[in-house]
Design a protein around this ligand. Sequence first.
Ligand code: GDP
Ligand code: ZN
Length: 378
Amino acid sequence: MGKRKQKKTQIRTEFRKNYDQRARQKNFRDQLDSGDDDATPNPQSERLVGRQQVSKKRTVTGVAREGEAAGFAIELRDVDASCLSGRVIKVHSLTSTVRTPDGREFECSTRGLLKSLATDLQNVVVTGDQVTIRPGGENQAVILRVDPRRGVICRTSRKRQQVLVANVDQVVIVASAAEPMLKPNLIDRYLVSIEATGLRPIICINKVDLVDPVELQPAIAVWGQLGYQVVLLSVARGWNVERLRELLVGRDSVVTGQSGVGKSSLLNAIEPGLDLKVSTVSDESQKGRHTTTFSQLIPLSGGGHIVDTPGIRQFQLWDVIPAEVGGFFRDLRPYVSDCQFPDCTHTHEQQCAVKAAVAMFKLDARRYESYCQIFSGE
Ligand code: GDP
Ligand code: ZN
């Protein structure tokens, strides 16, 4: 299984070359090369407009390389009864905070051998990892072992894949009905990236107090038919916040979405006491308002966690190769096998079952347009 995944990753490399021709990753790669585990992308790329923005910061999700996916599940001789298992809730460049099931927190260094095992990988230990630690002094411990990872979100640069967080269940795409206006095609992009990770997407449309919900129906109906969970809410009015909380409790959720859609407001409403800063108009013009540069797991009072990291809040995909995009559109998938050419791109081909389905109104034209945009890298 793992071997197959690696193959997939290799194909992706070719696509990255495409982007690299535009040479926009320099700064980011420098950051990575500097060995800073907490390197965060350029905050200005948070706006998802146009190709340039997209390629400047390519936070992506995807299947980890084989070594990553397998974790570092090496049974070490010196794991003994004094050792504890725990969860990494935060990683600074050299130390990690690990919480054990009884609620204690340990500041941990990483065992030297473990570090050396992962020379060409970005992170030996990432937020969300399940680990085995050996307590030393008070609240101090050493991480001896990292369990195999599932549900990873990665950020990829040319040669390296940096896992931002491991062992998460779902990704909440936060959008707003207005201010900023709803961009269904952008949500489709998020969906494609999340499909590629195998995580469960939840579409959450905030600020419905600002519009007539009927306006949102066409897009929402299509996503709903595809089996995606869609929650319309208004944090300002308290509408449906409870509904979203139910979907989050007991799970580990990454929250993503454009700036200004109300992510901080929403998280504060879900978990009072979190006290995340809500942007004001004057903040909008300031860059770098997120002061934290590290990922962390924020526990929810009912169980589960919210993953908060500046990198993930703004995460984008764009690591799916064009040929894969169709496979991540749930609605296109049933038609592709009927196309005349096995490598049909569903764009210019004459005998294309996908295009025929759009013409017959079996496939939503807006979704098809999203497909074409993503396929062509727009
Ligand atoms: P973030 O950048 O995604 O974290 O967004 P913020 O939580 O900082 O919110 C951005 C702005 O949207 C703030 O001015 C909020 O007061 C406002 N806002 C958040 N939720 C709602 C809502 O449900 N309705 C309306 N009208 N405004 C909201
Ligand atoms: Zn086709």
